[in-house]
Design a binder for this molecule. Structure first.
Ligand code: NAD
Length: 469
């Protein structure tokens, strides 16, 4: 029998008046029924979080740390169960850089964030007076997450909120609500009622997400998703002057210089572009290769890509799975179809069964071709040949987005010089997209506002109060 999931409100599992189907992208089968939250349900969840804030925010720093450690440990005990759910609803394989790997990230971020703290700072202490800087929790945090890394991104939102004394209402993507519901159920086994609540809804225009962005009792929205939705969130948050962290889309460029070892970088280039089937905000979405090594880089990259098995995520043989949903599949297919007429298909290019689309590499494209200029968010990588370094940096920067970028070279100092000229929040040298819990991560330009991770990320869940005595 198909399992019916429930919302988590004030420490209780709460049934919604109706449900919606969640399907496995590998097979199309219904794997669970998710609750269709009403605005009344959202208001109840916000009220519970609001009530819980009073006690939770008064907890000592040690108690908050211990609670976050307990949450991390509880989730680790259920890592296999959550990995299975992620694979069933998201499609990524259990294996490889798939759902077990995502759960590894959940443990790493949970542990690191638990250990962070923002103690009071003394800015001045002399005979003219003492000035202290305190960091105070905001209140109820509204978390809105996407479908690509459902549990890891939820942890990125929830853990710093809890660690700094805030309470949370999370709304996952309608494509992948089940693993988040289960994770919040587990959190509630070790947290006081109302500290973390979860509501889900299917509505494409997203009435629940929109209502959260405008809700008078939510003090901050942390949002990860597309640029178009992020703009809407920002607009509707204005009236209540909410704090915002917006992590949005990217169109990351990779630049390969002529001094690389072309065989050695092939694996890193592949995973830079194809991690999570390219459905990764900071994946390499356009690859610029110097003319001196162009043919060799293309050849080694294609050979490596051919070694990657694609299939049903539940099979231990699969390293990449299907595209997560039909809308994304149609977008990737249309960009690839267009690029086929403009460039040279080195690998893939033809849609498979259902939502499967093979790793696709298309060379000889130019900067204005849609597969280069737009965020494909799927398993299709365009390659562009370049000869002039200044021109290629300008091309890389000719984007409204600025999430990540990479430079590939044996000359690390030269690569760093280029990195500093790139307009993006993170630049990797000889790798791409390798985020870590101690390094702030965020986008510039239209890729977002604010950062996550590390002390800088934690600060975004607080207001500053300065006390003069
Ligand atoms: P999306 O914008 O469609 O949805 C994201 C979330 O917003 C979902 O929970 C959705 O239900 C909700 N939502 C939809 N309409 C809303 C509204 N009007 N108000 C409030 N919430 C609303 O994004 P997606 O398709 O789920 O995710 C893919 C996008 O996310 C890509 O562009 C990708 O680059 C980006 N992304 C960015 C990062 C990052 O850290 N920068 C990480 C992962 C994904």
């Amino acid at each position: 029998m198909t399992q019916t999931y429930q919302m988590v409100i004030d420490g209780q599992s709460v049934a919604a008046a109706s449900t919606f189907e969640v399907r496995n992208p590998s097979t199309g089968e219904v794997i669970g029924l998710a609750p269709e939250a009403s605005l009344h349900d959202l208001n109840t969840a916000v009220a519970a979080a609001h009530a819980a804030f009073k006690t939770w925010s008064a907890s000592s720093d040690d108690d908050l740390r211990s609670a976050c450690e307990a949450v991390t440990a509880k989730i680790a005990e259920h890592s296999d169960e959550l990995a299975r759910l992620i694979t069933l609803e998201q499609g990524k394989p259990l294996n490889g850089l798939g759902s077990r790997w995502e759960m590894g990230g959940v443990g790493a971020w949970g542990g690191y964030t638990s250990a962070l703290s923002l103690p009071m700072k003394v800015l001045q202490d002399n005979n003219e007076g003492r000035v202290e800087l305190h960091r105070k929790p905001l209140g109820v945090i509204g978390s809105i997450t996407p479908w690509n890394f459902p549990v890891m991104i939820a942890i990125w939102h929830i853990m710093p909120a809890l660690r700094t004394g805030n309470t949370v209402v999370i709304k996952p993507s309608p494509m992948t609500p089940l693993s988040t519901i289960r994770m919040v159920e587990l959190m509630n086994e070790v947290l006081p009622s109302g500290v973390v609540n979860c509501v889900t809804g299917s509505d494409g225009g997203d009435s629940i997400g929109a209502a959260m962005s405008a809700h008078p009792d939510i003090r901050k929205i942390v949002f990860t998703g597309s640029c178009a939705t992020g703009e809407k969130v920002m607009r509707s948050a204005a009236e209540t002057m909410k704090r915002l962290t917006l992590e949005m889309g990217g169109n990351d460029a990779g630049i390969v210089l002529p001094d690389v070892d072309t065989a050695q970088i092939a694996e890193g280039l592949f995973w830079g572009g194809f991690i999570n089937n390219g459905q990764t905000c900071a994946a390499m979405k356009r690859l610029y290769v110097h003319e001196d090594v162009y043919d060799e880089v293309c050849e080694h990259l294609v050979n490596f890509a051919k070694s990657i098995p694609v299939g049903d995520g539940m099979s231990e043989d699969s390293i990449l799975g299907p595209i997560q949903n039909q809308m994304q599949f149609d977008k990737v297919k249309s960009l690839v179809d267009d690029a086929k007429g403009k460039g040279r298909v080195l690998l893939g290019g033809e849609a498979g069964e259902g939502l499967f689309f093979p790793p696709t590499i298309i060379a000889d494209l130019s900067n204005d071709d849609p597969l280069v200029a737009e965020e494909q968010f799927g398993p299709a990588l365009p390659i562009i040949k370049f000869s002039d370094l200044d021109e290629v940096i300008a091309q890389a920067n000719r984007s409204e987005n600025g999430l990540g970028g990479s430079v590939w070279s044996q000359d690390i100092e030269k690569a760093k010089e280029i990195a500093l000229k790139m307009e993006c929040g993170s630049v990797w040298i000889n790798k791409h997209g390798a985020i870590q819990p101690n390094a702030p991560f965020g986008g510039v330009k239209k890729s977002g506002i604010g950062v996550e991770f590390g002390e800088e990320g934690l600060q975004e869940y607080t207001d500053v109060q300065v006390v003069f005595s």
